[in-house]
Design a protein around this ligand. Structure first.
Ligand code: PGA
Length: 255
């Protein structure tokens, strides 16, 4: 983490909780993070739970967002959620191209790009995810895989958008497995993404873009990961379901 880039700690609640449980967790997250002025804090509940969570978080320092959005603006897309609908719920954030979307919904880099652009156009801040499979890491193809995902999923943005988008590096083998990238493994990829951003958008924007790490972030490893120079925060899954753990991770984001 470097002074000048405001850290982000985002909780991806995935397909957990119900209306009551989500509201209760949101209340606890507010309590656990109430003193955090040093970073952006956001939670992403399932779409049907957002309205209830928004009622709890309105007026607090905790923001909220969606876990996915449709690439299309509106229309006959059964089951999908539009950017405008998220905005109307007060969302400021949306996760895009999470590996679970890529895997179970076959989202490729072209879809990820379209969704990222749609989110930006609606005024949402996308947290667009990239990350290699274990087989790719073992084959020494990690950086190549990341380059493809960044160039095809995040290329050709307007400069203002290239500054606003948040990138999450989430090695697929570390998501929900309890196995975390070492700080050095994370930093290698984060630094590479920032260099790539410099080649795509110039040094100034590369110095500003925020790159989060995700994949089994816990209270016990968060400080070390976010202590790396190019790790600007965390996208947290499992540990975000505990307000205490999430609060500890937010504390660890203090530069
Ligand atoms: P995890 O999930 O923290 O449970 O590994 C991270 C994510 O999927 O964003």
């Amino acid at each position: 983490m470097m002074a000048g880039r405001r850290p982000v700690v985002a909780g991806n609640w995935k397909m957990h909780l119900d209306v009551q449980g989500a509201a209760a967790l949101a209340r606890d997250v507010v309590r656990a993070t109430s003193l955090a002025r040093w970073c952006d804090v956001a939670v992403m509940p399932s779409a049907p739970l957002i309205a209830g969570v928004a009622r709890v978080l309105e007026g607090t320092s905790v923001e909220w967002g969606g876990q996915d959005l449709a690439a299309e603006a509106q229309g006959a897309y059964t089951g999908d959620v539009s950017a405008a609908q998220l905005v109307s719920l007060g969302c400021r954030w949306v996760i895009v191209g999470h590996s679970e979307r890529r895997k179970y919904h076959l989202e490729g880099d072209d879809v990820v790009k379209a969704k990222t652009v749609r989110a930006l156009g609606a005024g949402l801040t996308p947290i667009t995810c990239v990350g290699e499979q274990l087989s790719e890491r073992k084959a020494g193809q990690t950086l190549h895989r990341i380059e493809t995902q960044v160039r095809f999923g995040l290329g050709g943005l307007a400069p203002a958008d290239a500054e606003r988008v948040v990138i999450a590096y989430e090695p697929v083998w570390a998501i929900g497995t309890g196995e975390t990238a070492t700080p050095a493994q994370a930093e290698e990829v984060h630094e590479y993404i920032r260099r790539l951003w410099a080649s795509m958008y110039g040094d100034t924007l590369a110095a500003k873009v925020r790159i989060l790490y995700g994949g089994s972030v816990k209270a016990s490893n968060a400080a070390e990961l976010m202590g790396q120079k190019d790790v600007d925060g965390a996208l947290v899954g499992g540990a975000a379901l505990s307000a205490n753990d999430f609060g500890e991770i937010v504390k660890a984001a203090r530069v």
